[in-house]
Design a protein around this ligand. Structure first.
Ligand code: PLP
Length: 463
């Protein structure tokens, strides 16, 4: 299995190389050259299997020669060992045809643990074998950073550096990043918003001198291995509800388009997904794009679902690549327009492709709050604000006879203030992290400036 860039001008890589590289050298994102498919029988045989077994079957075809079967089974076992639920991704029912996929039982209580724990183990094995050391860099709107730190803390072959927007992450999110005491963990509070953090990370990858000097590796949702790990729970949940014998739909609270892109991959692999519904908060660039065909950046407006406060949705490039018939030059042109004018127009053909595969909706702040309250009153389920955005949009997209699975992307205790304001319940942290508010914090502030950030990082990793 080989990996090509969405902009068509970077070297073709193996799974392991693409994973260690992150962003392609032409600025694009790596995608598999072809998508493997399952027969209906193979999909049916996944029903009722342990999550780890489904992970092995779904991911294995993408790995090529990079890991042996034994190695890979051990990697998966370690990745999910620290989860607080035996099912890993349990389903609960909200209504006759509406289900919630709880993706928040990992060590940092958000769905990003599914991919990040996996990547930590994959990196450890791959780098150990190569005798190499890398600097993992990531920008976070809150959950990616804590998940990355949790996955890499204390590993020998990596430093992990996380940029987060100062004052724009929740206290639980911040503490999850600033309280680990391992010397290979470096949390940096940037004076800017998430898009600034993400842009500086991209700049560092495009500064080839710096990139090579510190052996930069990316684990943001642009990393293909992360997308791949997220494909698994589409299979586990859909087969629990009767796929492939009946279709299911998914609604996905979306920011960087990584999680929902994984659903698109699952569909291409043969999973009978009826609708894939993009749910956005008031930062609704993806919803607007599907409606109008114009991808137009606006200022980020902070919301109570901060992990979706995004106006440049990195992984959208992957679906554009398919929408443009895998024409890397067309994608590169659109991204150049975005870089220069803050906007691009999706061609008519590409827009039709997008509308064929995706629906979309948005939830305002008031609608999100009302959904948390309503869900608690009617089902006893306490939703985090991101999951509530999903539930609100899903309710509008329900089709008779087609089960809808809404992805619950974070535990409500990660966003206690918003949840309590909405439904009067102050959700408690699981026992295993109850002392989070007592641990000492360690963080460095930095200007939103490439040179300053690069100098700071070099100083930290050589310390
Ligand atoms: C990251 C995140 C999202 C958005 O996921 P994308 O893959 O960026 O679309 C939604 N909810 C929560 C809680 C998150 O942490």
């Amino acid at each position: 299995m080989q990996y090509v860039s969405t902009r068509g001008k970077a070297p073709i890589l193996s799974f392991e190389e693409a994973m260690l590289t992150g962003l392609a050298r032409d600025g694009g994102l790596y995608v598999p050259e072809t998508i493997p498919t399952f027969t209906a029988d193979e999909i049916a045989a996944m029903a009722g299997q342990p999550y780890e077994e489904i992970a092995f079957r779904v991911m294995k075809p993408y790995l090529g020669e990079s890991f042996t079967d034994d190695e890979f089974r051990q990697i998966i076992a370690k990745a999910y060992d620290g989860f607080g639920h035996d099912a890993r991704a349990p389903l609960v029912q909200l209504g006759p045809d509406h289900f919630l996929l709880e993706l928040f039982h990992g060590p940092t209580l958000a769905f990003k643990d599914f991919a990040m724990q996996m990547i930590g183990q994959l990196f450890e094995v791959a780098l150990g074998r190569r005798g190499e050391r890398v600097t993992i860099i990531g920008a976070t709107s809150g959950d990616t950073g804590s998940a990355a730190i949790e996955a890499f803390r204390g590993l020998d072959a990596v430093d992990v550096v996380i940029l987060f927007p100062q004052g724009r992450v929740s206290e639980v999110q911040r503490r999850q990043m600033t309280t680990p005491s391992e010397s290979n963990v470096h949390a940096i509070a940037v004076e800017g918003d998430f898009d600034d953090c993400q842009a500086r990370v991209k700049d560092m990858f495009n500064d080839f001198d710096f990139r090579d000097r510190v052996k930069l590796a990316g684990v943001n949702s642009i990393n293909w291995a992360r997308v791949l790990a997220q494909v698994v729970y589409y299979f586990s949940s859909a087969t629990s509800l009767g796929a492939p014998h009946r279709k299911v739909s998914f609604t996905v609270p979306t920011g960087n388009f990584g999680d929902i892109f994984a659903g698109f991959v699952a569909q291409k692999m043969g999973l009978p997904i009826d609708r894939l519904v993009i749910a956005t908060n008031q930062n609704d660039i993806l919803h607007r794009t599907l409606q109008s065909g114009a991808y137009t950046k606006e200022a980020v407006v902070p919301s109570i679902s901060p992990s979706m406060d995004i106006q440049v949705s990195s992984n959208f490039e992957r679906v554009l690549f398919d929408a443009y018939g895998r024409d890397g030059e067309a994608v590169a042109q659109q991204m150049a327009d975005l870089g220069q004018g803050g906007a691009f127009r999706v061609s008519q053909g590409a827009l039709e492709f997008l509308r064929e595969h995706f629906d979309s909706g948005r939830a305002s702040e008031d609608e999100t709050t009302a959904t948390i309250a309503r869900s608690f009153a009617h089902t006893g389920e306490v939703l985090c604000p991101h999951s509530a955005v999903g539930v609100k949009v899903a309710e509008e997209a329900l089709q008779p006879g087609v089960p809808m699975i809404t992805l619950a992307t974070a535990h409500p205790a990660k966003f206690p203030a918003a949840v309590e304001a909405a439904c009067g319940v102050s959700p408690a942290l699981p026992k295993r992290m109850a002392d989070l508010y007592e641990r000492p914090e360690r963080v460095t502030d930095c200007a939103n400036d490439l040179a300053a950030l690069e100098a700071l990082i070099e100083e930290k990793i050589s310390a």
